[in-house]
Ligand binder design. Sequence first.
Ligand code: HMG
Length: 440
Amino acid sequence: MTAVGIDAMEIWTGKLKLDLAETFAPAQGDDPGKYTKGLGLHASSFPDVHEDIVTMAANAAHRLMDRKGLEPEDIGRIDVATESSFDNSKPVSTYVAGCLEKVYDGDFHHANKGERKFACISGTQSLDDAYNWIRADRHRGRAAIVIATDTALYARDDPGEATQGAGAVAMLVAEDPDLLELSPEQGFGSADETDFLKPNQQFPSVDGKRSVNVYLARMREALDDFASVSGDIHPEDYPLIPFHTPFPGMVRKAAALGYRHIIRDTEIEDELAEEIGYQPVPEAFDSDDEFYEAIREYTDSLTETERYQAWYGETIDPTLEISRHVGNWYTGSVHIARAAGLKHARENGRDLDGTELLVASYGSGAQAEVHAEKVVEGWEDEIAQLNIDEQIRTRYEMSFEEYEQIHDVHNHDTEADAEAFTDPSEEFVFDGWGRMGERT
Ligand code: HMG
């Protein structure tokens, strides 16, 4: 079977930065530790005045095509995953293709374009769609561009406000990929939930505390479902486990719960139980909330063991390195977690050739998906091309007043006029509907 997977990727962060400890916390009257330690976030990315989900997506896709030497006729499919769409009819991928056609001689007239929606998990679903399209041999030798792009804004003073972020991830999905080969096995945990939704409104209605437990419940189901098709899984078999990362503190909980869930009824559980004096907790409870309450003491002690900490430090913590500085990118979030993990591995000389990552995606509403991705020999060369560190470093840092202004600019319900803070150079810019996606 020919390998199919991610051949290359590019990341584009919104060009503005809000420092949570220095700027946001004092304005809110909060202890900075709530953000930096509790949520694990230091800063958020925001789009400048001339940026939106289309320009960020087009800028990421253009870099990807340029770097891989691709022309429009090499692409048979453009899928955009987003939960920040502004158009209920025309998919964002058509706007992105329109931008790209301004800079290439060819066009995307024979490419299939679409838009995927299922909260944050739709980035991974689009990846799955592209994989299935190639596997079904309907691609005529062409590759797919999958883009996850979002401006994750919350209403001012909503508890989610500290977790905001904005950026795009463009991935090239192709046969014989240079980076990662996707596994045919997938595990799902899916249920109709109403803890996070945006019915005809720009900002989400969120029951934040419950959303955390819904994430954990669906993830446990997806892990079980994945194990039922792939055979027993063991957390220590995977060098990196990128999770959907709304904020690193969420992944701290998901990793501990996931670890405990996977090791239950194994020798490791017995060994650790002896060390921390653990009495197994039954799985059956009336609600997820009750279950997590019952299990919390155990997972808290579990995270203090040397074995767990070594595993977490190597397998999970590196995947959070980008997220800490950019916030939640919704659909792009698990994809920057994967990129962060691989970047860290390359910088630290880890040999990942032929190993498998366990990728744990999640979207409110709610669904989790777990699948494996095999690291392809030569992956380091692809990862070395990412310039996300430089992008993060060179963002314009906003004062709190500037942040308030930018929040209004990107709020569809507010008339706001503002000058851009950064100078667009060789990038697609949003300059009003008539001049959308012009390239400077
Ligand atoms: P909150 O009320 O701002 O925060 O809401 P908190 O009071 O619960 O504090 C957060 C943590 O910081 C706690 O730790 C505190 O103890 C700690 P925990 O008990 O959780 O381990 N803390 C401190 N630590 C050190 N020093 C201090 C300090 N103060 C407090 N001084 C909440 C947090 C997550 C509810 C909020 O941010 C929120 O509503 N976020 C939006 C929803 C969200 O991100 N949910 C995550 C799961 S759902 C998901 O991932 C899907 C999503 O991406 C959307 C999609 O799929 O489309 C959101």
